[in-house]
Design a protein around this ligand. Structure first.
Ligand code: SF4
Ligand code: SF4
Length: 248
């Protein structure tokens, strides 16, 4: 169609054509975002509502989140050969990989948020790993809680998300948006007969009953690792190593 033929707008008479791309249907957009995330290295993707979670958000984002309705949760799997190098403490290759995966998560969440905005909606990418307060660790929100609600996995005995395909060997990021995507259902599963991570923890923070996870002991040990090895990062990784989901 030649727009200039049917328009009285003089700006359209100069052989300059404007092609207006309508926003995608939300289901199509969700499919596209999932494909984008997977092409960047993600292995799990889901969506949940945030109305019931907003109270847990950090004050920096709580107010603005009132205008946002859903959260997209994305998980990028860690490389199992890197985890296999862990013996009784974190090491430099694990630290490097941890940072590498965080960078992928931040890049992915930025790209996803940009695509949502290109489609006429609002989106806020949260940082994959930003500690606002230590002991207990506080971020803008809990990526684990969002991931659980978005159906990426269940809450494991090691106090981490456990996905069916990757166990706890997955790092997470969240994008908040006002786009009311169709949500995913939380997974109704648990660790069952697996107790593989209990003996991996150097301070016995993990119990058969997941409600008895010893967060204080875990936090103190992670702090000790950071100081002993001068990593400058609060990492451990020992209870991820044996947690490989439903493939064992
Ligand atoms: S992160 Fe380390 S200290 Fe904490 S529960 Fe896992 S193995 Fe134990
Ligand atoms: S290793 Fe087994 S018990 Fe521990 S969190 Fe993973 S699935 Fe649960």
């Amino acid at each position: 169609m030649n727009f200039s033929e049917n328009s009285s707008d003089p700006s359209l008479d100069s052989n300059i054509f404007f092609i207006i791309i309508p926003p995608m249907d939300l289901n199509d957009l969700k499919t596209k975002l999932r494909q984008m995330a997977f092409s960047k290295g993600a292995g799990v993707f889901g969506v949940c509502r945030i109305d019931d979670l907003r109270e847990t958000f950090h004050p920096e984002i709580k107010k603005i989140s009132e205008k946002l309705k859903t959260a997209i949760s994305i998980g990028v799997p860690l490389a199992s050969p890197v985890l296999r190098t862990l013996v009784d403490r974190p090491n430099m290759i694990y630290k490097a990989h941890y940072r590498q995966v965080n960078a992928i998560l931040d890049d992915t969440s930025f790209a996803i948020a940009s695509e949502i905005e290109r489609n006429g909606q609002k989106a806020m990418p949260l940082p994959a790993s930003m500690v606002l307060k230590r002991f207990p660790m506080v971020g803008h929100l809990s990526h684990r809680v969002i991931a659980h609600e978005a159906g990426l996995g269940w809450w494991g005995r090691n106090n981490l998300l456990v996905s069916k395909d990757y166990g706890s060997q997955v790092r997470l990021v969240t994008i908040l948006t006002n786009a009311q995507f169709e949500t995913d259902m939380p997974i109704e599963e648990d660790c069952g007969d697996c107790f593989a991570c209990l003996s991996a923890c150097p301070v016995n923070a993990i119990s058969e009953n997941k409600e008895e996870f010893n967060l204080k002991a875990c936090s103190e040990q992670v702090q000790k690792f950071a100081q002993e090895n001068n990593y400058g990062m609060y990492i451990c990784g020992l209870c991820l190593k044996p947690c490989r989901g439903k493939i064992y």
